[in-house]
Write a protein of this length. Structure first.
Length: 86
């Protein structure tokens, strides 16, 4: 990837591309999932959960499964720690 993901994401967003389109193009150009999530968050101001929904469908199937497993484990760990503010 010649253009850094954040720079490429900004350029695509300025041309009217949606977060989903930007994510797909970044992944296709060789950006990692983390690079893509960071770029989409920065450019579109999305939260981490929103970025997950945007980026993960664009990953190869094996990466999608690994990411889902990791996300599920993280959510379970947070629930086990009772992160409520009540």
């Amino acid at each position: 990837m010649l253009t850094p993901p954040l720079e490429r994401a900004r350029a695509l967003a300025l041309r009217g591309h949606t977060p989903e389109e930007v994510a797909a193009q970044l992944i296709a150009a060789g950006a990692t999932a983390i690079e893509t999530i960071k770029a989409v968050r920065e450019v579109f101001g999305l939260g981490l959960g929103e970025c997950k929904v945007v980026v993960h469908p664009n990953l190869p199937p094996s990466h999608q499964q690994a990411a889902e497993t990791l996300w599920d484990q993280a959510e379970e760990a947070l629930e086990a720690m009772d992160w409520s503010t009540d």
